[in-house]
Design a protein around this ligand. Structure first.
Ligand code: ZN
Length: 468
């Protein structure tokens, strides 16, 4: 008569060990009891597995046990009988391994002759414990598998999934959307030219460009877009660039480096409030050499030298803002049309130092790429990968900082020879854009002492120090 249970090839496991219980409980008795239980359950025994393991907790391999796990994994066994759970596994981690194996093999029938020996209750609790372990193991394994998958995806430059497509790309996260890519390129260029995120958000709103979710652009969203490795064709994982991506870049990695450099610089200078003075940060006191600060007053904006611990100036110089701004902006626009500026800018564009830094960064990135590939092929561990990246990333940060100094010249792109045209547009430009243009040409201006409280400005008080 065939067994009603449907079990045709149960595994029976027995083990003798050096512990007291093991001595008292010989393999023969374990096997006898297991066979009896199989009979009661109507299970056919496929194979009996016996280990002689006299050093418990030694971690020594148990060949019969390993064979049983292998047979279970291969689908050769459809149930397991053992005298007690402590015969089966010696440590909790082994129980997990066992549970994972039977679970993966779809074997749900696991019985113990003596489930109540230590636990005080029957098989039910034991099986409950195993099933709980199955559940815990399953969810932990799932997390591990997913994390592993993410890391592999990252190392291979494959996009990470997500429900919202990235700006500039189609939903497949690889195909570039030409119209949005053009917006990204313009944003990058204008940001590098000194425009503020806030001003760029306003521009996007004016142009009717919304975010991928149809909302209005805000500075944090825009900052995230511009600083993302994605738009430069770089794959990031947990906020770090891990290598080249499978998708096309919209801007060059070198431009992204410059964007990061400018963002880092702004964090240091801490300027968050909207700019209200086009010459902020560009004026020096002719008495003490200190910086002049914007000082809003009713009806008359001023730049002033401030004393005290925060500013350290002499506090004895004030200049009315409006005539000074007219004077210096006009000087800047005239300078933009001068022949020497075009030459300087043309020379600067091919600046050897910038090229060297960019090459260095590209070399560093190539090294990071190689490491990512090695990690992807599992030639190095995650720990080795991290350790190897550290010095390279430090070097890259240094180079990015140095590039910052050269970034300002970018604000001049397309400007020389266009002073006249700019003069017509000037009032329609955002303050941030105006300041970027002035700051690209003017290093600073020294304001000499003059008649206090005067509403007009003596041009001889102003000494411009040109950047180019
Ligand atoms: Zn001063």
């Amino acid at each position: 008569m065939p067994p009603v249970s449907g079990v045709r090839a149960a595994a029976v496991y027995a083990r003798i060990s050096s512990d007291t219980e093991g001595k008292a409980l010989g393999v023969a008795r374990q096997l006898d009891d297991c066979r009896r239980l199989a009979d009661q359950m109507g299970w056919s025994i496929g194979q009996e597995y016996v280990d002689n393991d006299l050093s418990a907790y030694s971690g020594k391999r148990r060949p019969a046990y390993q064979q049983m796990l292998a047979d279970l994994a291969d689908g050769l066994r459809d149930a397991v009988i053992c005298y007690h759970v402590d015969r089966l596994t010696r440590r909790p981690v082994e129980l997990e391994q066992f549970v994972a194996t039977v679970d993966a093999a779809g074997v749900r029938k696991v019985r113990f002759v003596s489930g109540d020996m230590d636990l005080g209750t029957g098989d039910g609790l034991l099986i409950g414990r195993i099933m709980a372990a199955v559940a815990a193991n399953e969810s932990a394994a799932k997390t591990r598998r997913m994390r592993r998958k993410w890391e592999q995806n990252a190392a291979q430059g494959v996009p990470h999934g997500g429900s919202i497509r990235p700006f500039g790309y189609e939903a497949d996260r690889v195909t570039v959307r030409p119209n949005e890519a053009e917006v990204v390129r313009q944003l990058a260029a204008r940001y590098l030219a000194g425009e503020s995120l806030r001003s760029l958000c306003t521009w996007l709103t004016d142009e009717g460009v919304s975010t991928v979710t149809g909302g209005e652009w805000r500075s944090p969203t825009l900052r995230g877009l511009l600083r993302s490795g994605r738009i430069a064709g770089l794959r990031e994982h947990r906020g770090e660039v891990v290598g080249p991506a499978k998708w096309e870049p919209i801007i060059s990695p070198a431009d992204r480096d410059r964007i990061l450099a400018r963002m880092a610089e702004q964090v240091v200078s801490g300027r968050r409030t909207p700019r209200r003075y086009v010459l902020s940060g560009l004026l020096r006191c002719g008495r003490c050499g200190g910086k002049l600060y914007a000082s809003p007053r009713e009806n008359s904006r001023r730049y002033v030298c401030l004393k005290g611990p925060d500013h350290g100036g002499c506090g004895r110089l004030t200049v009315v803002a409006e005539p000074l701004e007219h004077l210096l902006v006009e000087a800047v626009l005239q300078r933009l049309d001068g022949p020497e500026l075009a030459d300087v800018v043309a020379g600067r564009r091919g600046d050897d130092a910038a090229a060297e830094l960019s090459d260095g960064l590209a070399g560093d990135q190539a090294q990071l790429d190689e490491l990512a590939v090695m990690f992807g092929k599992q030639e190095i561990s995650a720990r080795e990968w991290r350790a190897a990246r550290e010095p390279i990333e430090r070097r890259m940060q240094d180079r990015q900082r140095q590039l910052t100094a050269l970034t300002r010249t970018d604000a001049l792109t397309g400007l020389p020879g266009n002073g006249g045209q700019l003069r017509e547009q000037w009032d329609s430009l955002s303050l941030s854009r105006q300041a970027a243009i002035v700051g690209a040409v003017l290093d600073h201006a020294v304001i000499e002492p003059g008649q206090l409280g005067s509403r007009s400005l003596d041009p001889s008080r102003v000494r411009a120090i040109w950047r180019v």
